[in-house]
Design a protein around this ligand. Structure first.
Ligand code: ASP
Length: 592
C-alpha cells in the first residue's frame, strides 16, 4: 500500500508516529517560513506542515504544488499548537519529511468545496470532480448504506435476490419504453424494463416464494427533478400472502432502514384509504408531518338545509360542487400583499384555480372575510367553528369542481406549510395509502387504464362491481408507502388466475389476440400452478433522497442525466456511425 493511514484517521494518540498519507491537495497556505497544506481523501483532511528553516528544498517544492495535485507524504505526527475543533484530525499535523507528487492536476473548473463556485452544468460535466465534494460523496455513502441494510433485512427474511433480464419486450401499457434495435433479428427491437414486474411474478410461479432485487428500471418520460430516465427500484414479491402480510413485512423494512441508517425509531406507520387521502389532503401522497386537514363546508351543510355557503348570492360558492378549505394557524395577521401572493399562487397555470376566499379570526373571536358582504356574522362564525379555528387563525377556502379544487387546495396546503416551516427535513412521517381505485378513466383516450398496472387484483368484495361494469368504483388491493409527501413505494396483490387476468386485459381494451401476443407468457404460466402472490417496489433513489432530506434524486445518483435526458459528461446520447446503423438495418430519416 502507498499509505499507512488515511487523511481522516490520525488523532492526538498518534503523536510521534511516522506515517505515510496519500491524497489530493485541498488548499495550501504560505505563512512566511512555514507552508501548510490540507491533504484530502475520502476519509477527511489532514494538515501537512513544511518548514523553510529545517526543510528548505522540500518547502520550496511544496509551494509550487497546485490544487488537486495527488500527493504522497511521509512525516511525523505532531500535536498542533493551534487546534481546529471543527476537524476530527484537528488536534494534529504532519511534519513532512518526504513528498512525492503522484500526479499533477489542472486547476479544477470549480472549487472542490462545500460552497463551490461551480454551477449545475459545469459540475455535471465534471461529475468526477463534483463527486470529490464531501456532501455529494456523503449522499452516495448514504445510498450504499440503504442498499446494504436493505439486503441485510431481506436476506434475514429469506428473500432471494434474483437478476432479471434487461433486454425484454416492449408492451403498450405503462410509460414509454426505451427500445434497443436487434442486429440479429432484423426490424425487431428489445425494450428496456420499466420494472421487472412480469418476471417477478413468474418467479413466484417458479416457487421462489420471496424475491427481491435492487434493480435498474427505465422509463422514457419527460423529466423533472425527481425523475430520471434510468432509476433504481428495490423490487420485491412474496407468495402465499395477503395485503396485510406485505404491509407488515415492508413496514418492517422501513423501520429497519430508519433505525440502521438514520438512527430513528419509527413507532408505527398509520394507514388511510385513498378516498380519505383525497378527502382530507387532496392528494394520494399527503405530507403528514403536519395536520392542516381539509374541511369541507359543503359536506357539513348541504345547500338545501342551510345557508352556510349556498344561497347567499355568492355565485362562486352557490355553483360549486365543493367548497373546501384549510385553517392556517396564526396567520390572521397576513397582510393584503401576502394574501394576494397566495391568490396568485393558486391562480398559476400549473394550479389553475380561479380564486381564493379568506376569513380571518380576530383576536376577539370575530370573523372578517373577503366575502362578508354575502355572509352574516353568524354564518362566518359557523365557518370558523367548522374549521376548529381559533383567534388569529386564517381560513382559506376554495370552491369549484371537486377533484380540481381538492388538487389546488392540496398545493396551497403545502405552500402554507412551507411558509410556516412545518416541513422539517429532519422529521419523518410515514403513511400507507390503501385501497386505490383499480381503474382510472382517461378522457382523451376514452378508455380505462390500470391505475397501478394490469396485474393488480381487484378487492374480492368489489369483483361484483367489475362484473356489473361499474369500473370506476372498483377498488384494488393496492398500496403506496408515502414518506413526507413523497411516494417512495407502491405495490399490490396480483391476479393469479388466467380468466381474471384475461378479463382485465379486455377491460383495458386489448383484444384477446393482442393480450395473448403481449402477455401470453404470463397467462400461460398462470395455468401451471400460480400461487397467490403480492409485492411492492420502492423507488430506491427517492428513498435515499428522502433519507438525505433533499428534493432532487439526482444528488443520490453517481452519474445522473440532466433534464433533457443527457449525460453531459460522456455526451450521451450520441450518433452512431453508418456501419452500425447498417448492421442494425436502420435507415435514419431525420427532418429538421
Ligand atoms: N412494478 C411496480 C412498479 O414499478 C411495483 C409493484 O407492483 O411491485 O410500480
Amino acid at each position: 500500500m502507498l499509505r499507512t493511514n488515511t487523511c481522516g484517521e490520525l488523532r492526538i494518540t498518534d503523536i510521534n508516529k511516522t506515517v505515510t498519507l496519500c491524497g489530493w491537495l485541498q488548499r495550501s497556505r504560505d505563512m512566511g517560513g512555514v507552508t501548510f497544506i490540507d491533504l484530502r481523501d475520502r476519509y477527511g483532511l489532514t494538515q501537512l506542515v513544511f518548514n523553510m528553516e529545517t526543510h528548505a528544498e522540500l518547502t520550496e517544492k511544496a509551494r509550487k504544488l497546485g490544487r488537486e495535485f495527488v500527493l504522497q507524504v511521509t512525516g511525523l505526527v505532531k500535536e498542533r499548537s493551534s487546534k481546529n475543533n471543527q476537524l476530527p484530525t484537528g488536534d494534529i499535523e504532519i511534519i513532512v519529511e518526504t513528498l512525492t507528487v503522484l500526479n499533477e492536476s489542472q486547476t479544477p473548473p470549480f472549487t472542490i468545496e462545500e460552497n463551490t463556485d461551480g454551477g449545475d452544468d459545469l459540475r455535471m460535466k465534471y461529475r468526477y470532480l463534483d463527486l470529490r465534494r464531501t456532501s455529494v460523496r456523503a449522499n452516495l455513502q448514504l445510498r450504499h448504506k440503504v442498499a446494504q441494510q436493505t439486503r441485510a433485512f431481506l436476506d434475514k427474511q429469506e428473500f432471494i435476490e434474483v437478476e432479471t433480464p434487461v433486454l425484454i419486450k416492449s408492451t403498450p401499457e405503462g410509460a414509454r419504453d426505451f427500445v434497443v434495435p436487434s442486429r440479429m433479428n432484423q426490424g425487431q427491437f428489445y425494450a428496456l424494463p420499466q420494472s421487472p414486474q412480469t418476471f417477478k411474478q413468474l418467479l413466484m410461479v417458479s416457487g421462489f416464494d420471496r424475491y427481491y432485487q435492487i434493480v435498474k428500471c427505465f422509463r422514457d418520460e419527460d423529466l423533472r427533478a425527481d425523475r430520471q430516465p434510468e432509476f433504481t427500484q428495490i423490487d420485491c414479491e412474496m407468495s402465499f400472502v395477503e395485503q396485510e402480510d406485505v404491509l407488515n413485512m415492508f413496514e418492517g423494512l422501513i423501520k429497519h432502514l430508519f433505525l440502521h441508517v438514520k438512527g430513528i425509531e419509527i413507532e408505527s406507520v398509520p394507514r388511510i384509504t385513498y378516498t380519505e387521502a383525497m378527502k382530507y389532503y387532496g392528494s394520494d401522497k399527503p405530507d403528514t408531518r403536519f395536520e392542516m386537514k381539509f374541511v369541507s363546508l359543503s359536506d357539513i351543510y348541504e345547500p338545501q338545509t342551510s345557508n352556510l355557503v349556498s344561497g347567499n348570492g355568492f355565485k362562486i360558492f352557490d355553483e360549486a360542487e365543493l367548497v373546501v378549505g384549510i385553517c392556517a394557524k396564526g396567520c390572521a395577521n397576513y397582510t393584503r400583499k401576502q394574501l394576494d401572493e397566495l391568490t396568485d399562487f393558486v391562480k398559476r397555470p400549473q394550479i389553475g384555480a380561479t380564486g381564493l376566499v379568506y376569513a380571518r379570526v380576530n383576536p376577539d373571536g370575530s370573523v372578517k372575510s373577503s366575502v362578508d358582504k354575502f355572509y352574516d356574522e353568524e354564518t362566518l362564525s359557523a365557518w370558523a367553528k367548522a374549521f376548529g379555528a381559533e383567534p388569529n387563525d386564517l381560513i382559506l377556502i376554495m370552491a369549484g369542481q371537486k377533484e380540481k379544487t381538492r388538487k389546488a387546495l392540496s398545493e396551497l396546503r403545502l405552500e402554507i406549510a412551507n411558509r410556516l416551516d412545518l416541513r422539517d427535513k429532519n422529521k419523518f412521517s410515514c403513511l400507507w395509502v390503501l385501497d386505490f381505485p383499480l381503474l382510472e378513466y382517461n378522457e382523451e383516450e376514452q378508455r380505462y387504464f390500470a391505475m397501478h398496472h394490469p396485474f393488480t387484483a381487484p378487492k374480492p368484495e368489489d369483483i361484483l362491481l367489475l362484473n356489473e361494469g361499474k369500473l370506476g368504483e372498483v377498488r384494488a388491493n393496492a398500496y403506496d408507502l408515502v414518506i413526507n409527501g413523497v411516494e417512495v413505494g407502491g405495490g399490490s396483490v396480483r391476479i393469479h388466475n388466467k380468466q381474471l387476468q384475461a378479463k382485465m386485459f379486455e377491460i383495458l381494451g386489448f383484444s384477446s389476440e393482442l393480450a395473448m401476443a403481449q402477455f401470453g407468457f404470463l397467462m400461460n404460466a398462470f395455468e401451471f400452478g400460480a400461487p397467490p402472490h403480492a409485492g411492492i417496489a420502492f423507488g430506491f433513489d427517492r428513498l435515499c433522497s428522502v433519507f438525505g432530506g433533499v428534493d432532487s434524486i439526482r444528488d443520490f445518483i453517481a452519474f445522473p442525466k440532466n433534464n433533457s435526458g443527457r449525460d453531459v459528461m460522456i455526451d450521451a446520447p450520441g450518433e452512431i456511425d453508418q456501419k452500425q446503423l447498417s448492421e442494425l438495418h436502420i435507415a435514419l430519416n431525420i427532418q429538421s
